[in-house]
Each structure stands twice: as C-alpha cells, then as structure tokens.
Ligand binder design. Sequence first.
Ligand SMILES: Nc1ncnc2c1ncn2[C@@H]1O[C@H](COP(=O)(O)OP(=O)(O)OP(=O)(O)O)[C@@H](O)[C@H]1O
Ligand SMILES: [Mg+2]
Length: 417
Amino acid sequence: MLNFREIAESVLKKPGVFLDETRLYPEYVPDVLPHREEQFKQLTKLFKHVVVMPGSSSARVILYGPLGTGKTATAMSFGRVIARLAAERGVKLRYVHVNCAGAKSALSVLREIKNQLGLSVPDRGLSFSEFAQALLKEMDSEDLYAIATLDEFDSVLYSFRKEERYSLIRFYDIFHAEKLRLNFIYVSRMRPSEVIRTLDEVSEGYMMRNTIVFSPYKSGELYDILRYRAEGAFYPGVVGDDVFGYIANLVGYDTGGDGSARKALAILYAAGKLAEREIEEGRASRVLVEHVRAVSASEDMSLVHVLDSLNYLGLHHLLLLKAVALGLRETGGDYVNIGYVEEIYRRLCRGMGLEPRRHTQVYYYVTELASRGIVMTRKSMKGRRGRSSYVSFGAAPLDSLLSALERAIAVRREVGE
Ligand SMILES: Nc1ncnc2c1ncn2[C@@H]1O[C@H](COP(=O)(O)OP(=O)(O)OP(=O)(O)O)[C@@H](O)[C@H]1O
Ligand SMILES: [Mg+2]
C-alpha cells in the first residue's frame, strides 16, 4: 500500500497537462493581444488628450466587431495601460468597465460607473440628471478623470428609450462642465451604419470617425493567438503546433470559420481537458489533433456556444440556464423536466432575494433560449400536452458551464437589479 507521501509524489511526478488553466478562461485578460496592435494604437490616439491635456475634451469611441474578436479584451488592457501611463504623469485617471447587458436604465449604468470609481455619491431617490451632476461634482473635488467602457452597448441601443440612449451618448451635450472628466468607449456588434441609425444627426459624423473596427480573425492570426495563450496555461511541449494549426483552420475566417478567438480558445481548453482525462487513464501522453476533432464534433451545441451567449443574456435567462445545469447534474440524465427546472429557478431567485418570473414567462424564456440554439428541448414522450417538456444543454461540461454562469450572474446583478 502507498503511504500519503508516495501518493502525493506520484501525483506531482505525473506529467500534467495544465500548468494554470485559469489562463484560458474567457475572462482572463492577457498582457498582450497579438494582432490587435493597430486597434490599440487607434485607441491611444483617440484618448491621448486624457493624459496630455486632461479635461480638454471628452472622447467617445465605438469598438465594433463580431463575436470573439477581442473588443472587450482590448478595451480592458487599454484601460490598464493608459491608467498606469496617466499615473506616471501625475494624472488621476481610472478605467471602468460596465457590462450593459440587461441594464435597466441609464441611471443604473451611471450608478455602476460610480461604484467602480469608488466614489461616495448618495444615489437614493435621485433622477439621472441629479445623479450625473453629483457624480461630476465628486469627480471635480477628487480631481479624477475616467474612461468608462460600456460593453454590450447594443442592449442599450435596442432596449432603451431615445432620451435614455442620448443621455449615455451625448453626455456632455446635456451636462456642461469646465473640465470634461468622463470619456466613453461603447462596444457593439452592430454595424456602424446600424448604430448610427439609432443615434441623432449630431452624433452621426462624430461617431463614424471614432469607430474602431475589429475584424474576425484569420487562421494565421488565430494560430499566433493560440500559441501565445497556451504559454503558461499548458506545460511546455504538451500541445503541438499541429494542434494550434488545426484549431486555427477550423475557426479562421478565411478558412470558413467565424473568426472568433473565444471559440478557438474554448476548443483548445476542451481538447486539453479531454487529453487530461485520457492521460490519467494512460491512453494518451499529450494533447493531439484527435482530441480537437473529438471536441469540435460536439462543439456546436456545447460550451463554446453557450459561453458566447452569456454576455448578452439578462439575469433571469442566466438563472434559468443555471437551473437547467443544476437540474441536469442532480438527475444525471441527458434531459431534465422543465417543471423541475422551474422549481430550481424559483429557489435560486428566492435565494437571491429576487421575484421569480411568472410561469408563462419562464416557458417563453425556454423557447427563446432554444430558438437561439443555447438549449435543446424535447417534447414529452407520454405527456398529452404538446409543448416541450424536457430541456438540455447538449455536450457542454456542466462544471465549466456552472462556473461560467456564476460569473455572468454576479456581473449582471451589479448592473441589472
Ligand atoms: N488578439 C488576442 N490575443 C489573445 N487573446 C485574445 C485575442 N483576442 C481575443 N482574445 C481572447 O478571446 C476571448 C474573446 O475575446 P473578447 O471577449 O475580447 O471578444 P469580444 O470581441 O468582446 O466578443 P463579444 O462580442 O462576444 O463580447 C477572450 O478570452 C480574449 O482574451
Ligand atoms: Mg465582449
């Protein structure tokens, strides 16, 4: 029999796959973003004044591009760098990042900006305009500047009333100030021409000139990105170049894929997880193209797709997805009864002090999630009712899914409720 020391040693000696798998998590922001140097440079140019002549103007910039093209990551890493550069020059500049998906109002967005800036502005009972004035005053008294990224801004463009939209887009047309301390980055997947249509004539030309485009990644670009991101995430030598190449071709825009780095990274991660299991069972010794093939075959309905959706789903959709995941885990089946999912959903809502949505609304959410391909539904075999009665996620690994959902729910709670 092995003693504990020997067991520990055998585990430590075993060649692992992941050195630090958190580095492949979707929200991990790497220090460098290969092939986004140009966008980074454009951002710096447009926000140069904040460091060189703070307060002289307020920039508003749109980052536009499809899923997984590095908009969020670029904005965040830009924020990190520019705040540091400003500090070195004695300018108090903070970067804040607000996910607007599911945001209720312009006021809730501004409130979140305030929270992240760590300012003490009382926000009970104030209107948007009163709150904005109080916020600006507080920034004045602290001599503070800020760049605020409003991520998932499409949600605002689609669902806010015109005045609410304008108040976030034409902030300084409404609130005059001597020093313009607040700057904005709006992140959108809508074509610039579509975004413009939701704006007014005054903002149109300005916004057109201040749009930075993020094109879907080409296969060669994804190859570099994967190689770079694998460093530090995997043990050296565990993933071969052929694996990077294979995934890059699968996802590359020029090779028929959608050019999403998120998808490429999720496939790499899933292949790594599969290889890890096989290595433990002694059936493999490193991550192979074979593993990529296996996970990408089931990829359509799985984790990658769900992860892509998490950014733009509202809080109750997310809670419902969590209920599906918990229900599947609890019952251990492929599908779980919707009635049971609803029960879990209600429990989750109560646990968070939220009013659950009504029964009919919950059914509507399920149909909606199904039509977006995020869940699968199946009609009851023996039931008399015609509506879908069972729901599933496809091949997604439940644990990764649940932790991703937890993170999304935490983020959404801050802005939404
Ligand atoms: N150039 C890059 N180098 C390294 N990693 C990248 C690069 N571009 C994107 N990524 C990674 O890919 C994932 C998706 O990127 P990101 O979240 O920034 O995309 P996005 O454009 O905001 O997509 P969405 O519109 O779906 O929100 C993130 O994990 C990010 O760190
Ligand atoms: Mg994003």
